[in-house]
Every structure is written in structure tokens, then in C-alpha cells.
Design a protein around this ligand. Structure first.
Ligand code: ATP
Length: 579
């Protein structure tokens, strides 16, 4: 069995090893071809200048041009291979990463940021760019040193000393800038996220006169980021200057060594010339590794962030797809907190709902109602306890299959970039051929009149650059999206908070139709009129079930529910709670 690498990203790219091996083999020929031009010059100096033969010059030129064209061709093949490797990396990891970014991960929650895709671009580009060929070329530096030693051992020793010096400088540089560079990367992410949050909330920011303060705060983060970048660059600049000086000086020194050897009649002048060229070739790749340290450091930190996202990515694909959702909902002893958080939000929540019943979930702000809604639809996995529909625990389902059989409307509705039809159909490509499901969902949600008023009806585009919908219009389209496919299990989180009286009436009609269709519906609400359309009521307070029972039982037992339009704290025992 092949040993597993610590990096899940590199593990996933293992099948590309033969491609890299091919690239390495190709890189094997290139160093030899580097010698074409210097050999041509030395041959001219040795043969043509003494024989004065133009024919020799002509043949030497033909050979040199042929070798140079082979060199150019192999370089082109190498670039093409690298580009193909880049496309392959994208194919292998692009979808997996996008998927993993949007799934909850037990250890870290859902904390992928928009810059994660940028990190992936850095990883892909580095692994398919000249950064790779530079490493391969550097691998051949010892060959050049041997070549120099074959010419004369003094040249070999000198080249070896130079390579060791440059490598030591490179390692020293990496060690000196490591911490500052990591701080720079972290601060760069923070500044970008802060700027992104301000851009997203620009209207509130301007309306409340917050722009100057937020600008200053962003500039503070930005300034700190630049500070760490400069701190990381400082040792690098000094080392780069030293390396540059040594690089320039080494040409002088090799000439001095060469001429001394020439004076001692140990080598010819053309050999000194070749030694100088070979020296350049030996040092070139190592110099470029040192100069490119920033891109290698950027690659390492981008790789570690992509690795963190991919670590738990395999869990989802292992789950099986189960048959359709049907049967009672049984929530038993559920404890939950936000993904990646420790603070308990739901504590020991248990209740069961027979199929086809409509349950109103009420309770004061911060009681955990939205958290319960998220747990019920599986986007927040419970810490402990189980949620089952029929005979199946929801945690055993494949998340995507489960989602397609459920309806969910979140508290803050945001539609995705696309048409109204695509949003209602949850971007199901089959809906483009058969729109009956979209129309049925729109009719059930009572939004056909609303759609008729839109500039291009179902084909109206929403999202950046598209038609701007009002909050109420968005909520109503999200309702149609929730009932698309006539799911038998639906969770609606404050569906009527943005609705006018007419739209609220459509919602009530929809609830009645869903009851007739035997769909189980759970509605989080602050507006108590909706309870008239519920069979059961669950009262949540401070993350625990305070009361659960039939509507009449609960509403009669807690008179304050009726009298308070905005339910604050509901008093009463948890009697009548089913578990
Ligand atoms: N994404 C989150 N990360 C961490 N904590 C969260 C998150 N969302 C909610 N909480 C916390 O969970 C608790 C319950 O929040 P929740 O949104 O479920 O309340 P709610 O009953 O729906 O309130 P409201 O009626 O105001 O919508 C709150 O204390 C909140 O701070």
C-alpha cells in the first residue's frame, strides 16, 4: 500500500505522479541542450579561428541551430504538459473543494471563506507553472557541478561552494521570514473579509454614517498586513542583495580562477569560457528558487488552508441514499451548538410529530428556534441525540438526496444568481425541460400573480446585475422554492415576517393544501395568528422544550400566548411534552 501523505490535497493529486515523472524525464534532456550555444562558441574559438574554414563554421552553425530548436520545442512541450497538469488538478479538486467548502465540518464548522477558492487557484497555478520546472532544473545543478569538476577539479569545488552558499542562504531566508509571512497571510485574509463585509452591507454603512470609521478600521487591518509583509520582505531583501552580489562576483572569480589555471597551462581560454557558462547554468535554477521564495511560501500556506477544508470531505460521499421521506418525525434528546462552536444552543430537545401535522414553533428571541430549524433540516448536525423520519435517522442520509426531499425556508432569504425559475427549481437542470414542477410550486405558494408582474416572468434574472426584488417578494419566491417537488417534510423559519396581509393569506392557504397533501410542516413564528393553522405547538425557551402539545392544549394552558402579539417569555411547565 502506498504511504498516505499528510496533505489531503497532495493525496488527491497522486494519480498525477506519472505526469510529473514524465515532466521530470523531459527536464532531463534540457540541461544538455543548454550547452548548445557555449559549445558552439568554444568550437568556433578552437576550430574555426585556427583553421579559418567557413564550411566548418557553417556546419557548426547548422548543428547549433538544430539543437537550439530542439531545446525550444522541448520547452514548449514542457509548458504544454504543465498546462495540462493544471487542467487535471482543477478537474480532480475543483468540484471536491467547492463541495467541501460548503459542508459543515465537525472540527471547524462552516468557516470556509471566499478566499478559499483563491487559495485553490494558487495551489493549482504553482503546481502547474514554471515553479515546478524550476525545482526540476535545480535538481540538475549537481550535474553541472560534476561537469565543471570534469573540466578541472578547482572549477568543481568552486561551483560546489557557490551552490552550498546559495542553498544555505535560501534556507536561512525561509526560516527568517516564516513567522512574519504567516502573520501577513492571516492579516491579509482578515482585511479582505472585513472589506467584503463592508461591501455587502454598504447601504446600512452609508445610511448610519459608519463609512469613515469602517474605512479607518479596514485601513488599520490593511496597514498591519503591509507591516507583516514588509517585516517578511526585510530579511529577504538583505539576503537577495547578498546573493545578487555573490552571483555577480562569482563571474569575476571564475574568470580569475580560469585565467590562473590558463597561466599555469592547465586549461585553454575556451575552457574558461565554457566553465563560466556552465557556472551560470548551475546557479540559474538555484537563484530562481531563492528569488521565488514568496510564491513558494504563498503556496505552502494556501495548501495548508485548502488541506484544512478537504480534511473531512470524504464523509459525505460515503453515506447511502435512502428511500423517500415518510413517517413520523422523532426528535430525541438533541443537543446542538453552532458548527465549530462550543456554546450549547439546544439542550435535550425531544418531541415527535405524526406525518401530515403542522407544528408551530414559538418562543422568545434567541430561544434557539432557528437553530432547531437548521438541525431539523440537517444543516447543523446535532452534537448528541437523533432526528429520525420514519425508520431512518437523518444523519445516515446522503445530505444532497435528503435536501431534495425536504422543504426549507431560512429566516434571512437570499436568492442565488440565476432566473426566478432556476431559483424555484433549486437549480435542477431537469426543470429546464419540464417546467410543470416549477409552476406547481409557484401555484402552491400563491405567487403566480407576483411572477406575472416581473419584467421577464419566470425568466427574470435575480442576483448581481439582475432584477432587484423586495424583501417580501424574495420571501414568497423562497416559499415556492421550499415546496418545489412537493416535499413531505418542510421547515419554514418565520415565513411571514416580510409578508403583507394578502401574501400572508396565500401562506395560510398553502399550509392548508400541505396538510391535505399529508406533508409534515414545522413553522417558526413570532406572529401568533399562524398558530390557527397549526395542529401542534412547540414552545422553546433557552434552548429547551418548555411545552409541546396540540394547539388547543398549549394555547389554552398558556393564556399569555393569546394576549401577547410578540411572544417574549412563555411561562408554564413542560407537561404534555412528548418524547
Ligand atoms: N451561526 C451561529 N453561530 C453561533 N451562535 C449562533 C449562530 N446562530 C445563532 N446562534 C446563537 O444561538 C442562539 C439562538 O439563536 P436562534 O437564531 O436559534 O434564536 P431564535 O429563537 O431563532 O431567535 P429569533 O426569534 O430572534 O430569530 C443565540 O444565542 C445565538 O447567539
Amino acid at each position: 500500500m502506498k504511504p498516505k501523505l499528510a496533505s489531503p490535497t497532495l493525496n488527491a493529486l497522486r494519480p498525477l505522479l506519472p505526469a510529473y515523472a514524465g515532466l521530470f524525464a523531459l527536464s532531463l534532456f534540457l540541461p544538455f541542450l543548454y550547452f548548445s550555444a557555449p559549445l558552439f562558441v568554444s568550437q568556433i574559438m578552437e576550430r574555426v579561428t585556427t583553421s579559418r574554414s567557413e564550411l566548418t563554421l557553417f556546419f557548426l552553425a547548422i548543428i547549433a541551430l538544430f539543437l537550439l530548436s530542439v531545446h525550444a520545442f522541448l520547452e514548449w512541450v514542457r509548458q504544454k504538459a504543465l498546462r495540462r497538469i493544471g487542467a487535471d488538478i482543477d478537474q480532480r479538486l475543483g468540484l471536491v473543494l467547492f463541495d467541501a467548502m460548503h459542508r459543515p465540518r465537525p472540527a471547524a464548522g462552516l468557516n470556509a471563506s471566499p478566499s478559499t477558492l483563491n487559495d485553490f487557484n494558487i495551489v493549482r497555478d504553482t503546481l502547474s507553472s514554471t515553479s515546478v520546472s524550476a525545482v526540476f532544473d535545480a535538481f540538475w545543478s549537481p550535474l553541472f557541478i560534476i561537469a565543471m569538476a570534469l573540466v578541472h577539479w578547482v572549477f568543481g569545488l568552486y561551483a560546489l561552494l557557490m551552490v552550498v552558499f546559495s542553498a544555505a542562504m535560501s534556507l536561512l531566508n525561509a526560516a527568517l521570514v516564516k513567522n512574519d509571512n504567516e502573520r501577513f497571510q492571516r492579516m491579509s485574509g482578515k482585511a479582505a473579509e472585513f472589506g467584503f463585509a463592508v461591501t455587502r452591507n454598504v447601504e446600512t454603512v452609508r445610511a448610519l454614517g459608519m463609512l469613515p470609521r469602517l474605512r479607518d478600521r479596514w485601513y488599520d487591518l490593511h496597514g498591519r498586513m503591509l507591516g507583516w509583509q514588509q517585516a517578511a520582505a526585510r530579511p529577504n531583501d538583505i539576503i537577495a542583495a547578498v546573493v545578487r552580489f555573490v552571483r555577480n562576483a562569482q563571474m569575476v572569480l571564475i574568470y580569475v580562477i580560469g585565467i590562473i589555471l590558463f597561466l599555469q597551462q592547465e586549461v585553454s581560454t575556451s575552457v574558461v569560457f565554457i566553465a563560466m557558462i556552465v557556472m551560470l547554468r548551475a546557479m540559474g535554477p538555484i537563484d530562481s528558487l531563492i528569488t521565488n521564495w514568496r510564491s513558494y511560501a504563498g503556496f505552502a500556506s494556501a495548501l495548508s488552508r485548502v488541506d484544512a477544508i478537504l480534511k473531512d470531505a470524504t464523509q459525505q460521499t460515503n453515506r447511502i441514499s435512502l428511500p423517500g421521506l415518510s413517517g413520523p418525525l422523532v426528535v430525541s434528546r438533541v443537543f446542538a451548538s453552532a458548527p465549530g462552536g462550543d456554546k450549547p444552543i439546544l439542550t435535550d430537545v425531544s418531541f415527535s410529530v405524526a406525518q401530515g401535522r403542522t407544528v408551530g414553533i414559538v418562543g422568545p428571541s434567541g430561544a434557539g428556534k432557528s437553530c432547531l430549524a437548521r438541525v431539523l433540516v440537517g444543516v447543523w448536525p446535532p452534537r448528541r441525540g437523533s432526528i429520525a423520519i420514519g425508520d431512518h435517522d437523518l444523519s445516515h442520509w446522503n445530505e444532497d438526496d435528503l435536501g431534495q426531499q425536504m422543504g426549507y425556508m431560512p429566516q434571512d432569504v437570499e436568492l442565488l444568481p440565476g432566473t426566478i425559475a432556476e431559483n424555484i427549481a433549486r437549480f435542477d437542470p431537469k426543470a429546464a425541460e419540464d417546467s410543470s414542477g416549477i409552476i406547481a410550486a409557484a401555484e402552491l405558494a400563491g405567487i403566480t400573480d407576483l411572477i406575472k408582474l416581473l419584467p421577464e416572468g419566470y425568466n427574470t434574472r435575480v442576483g448581481p446585475g439582475g432584477h432587484v426584488l423586495s424583501g417580501g417578494q424574495r420571501s414568497r419566491i423562497a416559499l415556492a422554492r421550499a415546496v418545489y417537488g412537493m416535499p413531505s417534510f418542510i421547515v419554514l423559519d418565520e415565513p411571514n415576517s416580510n409578508l403583507d396581509a394578502l401574501a400572508e393569506q396565500s401562506l395560510m392557504t398553502m399550509l392548508q393544501k400541505l396538510q391535505a397533501m399529508q406533508s409534515t410542516v414545522l413553522i417558526v413564528t413570532h406572529k401568533l395568528n399562524i398558530l390557527n393553522y397549526c395542529d401542534d405547538v412547540l414552545v422553546l425557551n433557552a434552548g429547551t422544550v418548555q411545552a409541546f402539545g396540540t394547539r388547543d392544549q398549549i394555547v389554552d394552558r398558556i393564556p399569555r400566548i393569546r394576549s401577547q402579539p410578540n411572544l417574549m417569555v412563555i411561562e408554564g411547565s413542560a407537561e404534555g411534552r412528548r418524547s
